[in-house]
Design a protein around this ligand. Structure first.
Ligand code: ADP
Ligand code: MG
Length: 159
């Protein structure tokens, strides 16, 4: 796929499953933000950088430490584990946020592919793979060649 791929949109509410209860909340991008990636990339797990910014109405501003550009892993797919019916892009940001950020604008630069979607027989297997994905992503993103994407014009200048 032709990386980098840029996506942005207001964070949607999902089913509330598989995220916080797995210790791995995933922020859902809206359907209309997906064409840049759904048209060129296959389903699976990706890595890159993400930034959460203000809501459209300007309400509920984030504290500075939550508004930085941070590493992320993104799952693009039909979510076999949960038998989802639609293509979804779910972003887990490697950062401990002070609070939820539903409705906030989420900007994402997708820089690489980790693995295809797998059909999990157990929660334990899924959790284990997520932990591995996070390690792979952090290792890859540490490469000097990726540094420049942290200050990509897509992102709002970090506080
Ligand atoms: P949902 O089904 O609504 O997506 P989740 O359990 O997956 O529920 O939680 C996702 C929500 O958690 C995000 O929309 C966001 O508001 C919040 N959140 C808190 N910390 C993170 C994080 N590190 N990465 C992604 N989302 C997070
Ligand atoms: Mg989620």
């Amino acid at each position: 796929a032709p990386f980098p791929i840029e996506l942005s949109g207001a964070v949607q509410r999902g089913f509330g499953r598989g995220g916080k209860d797995l210790g791995c909340p995933t922020a859902n991008l809206p359907d209309e933000s997906l064409p840049p990636i759904s048209s060129v990339a296959r389903t699976g797990v990706y890595y890159g950088f993400a930034q959460v910014s203000a809501r459209k109405d300007g309400s509920k501003l984030l504290p500075d430490e939550d508004a930085k550009v941070m590493p992320m892993v993104m799952s693009l797919g039909w979510n076999p584990f949960y038998k989802n019916e639609r293509l979804t892009a779910e972003v887990h940001i490697m950062h401990d946020f002070k609070s939820d950020f539903y409705g906030h604008d989420l900007k994402v630069i997708v820089l690489g592919y980790i693995r295809p979607e797998l059909d999990y027989v157990s929660r334990e297997a899924l959790i284990q793979d997520i932990q591995t994905d996070i390690k792979v992503a952090l290792n890859s993103l540490a490469r000097p060649a990726y540094e420049k994407f942290k200050s990509d014009p897509l992102f709002i200048r970090s506080p």
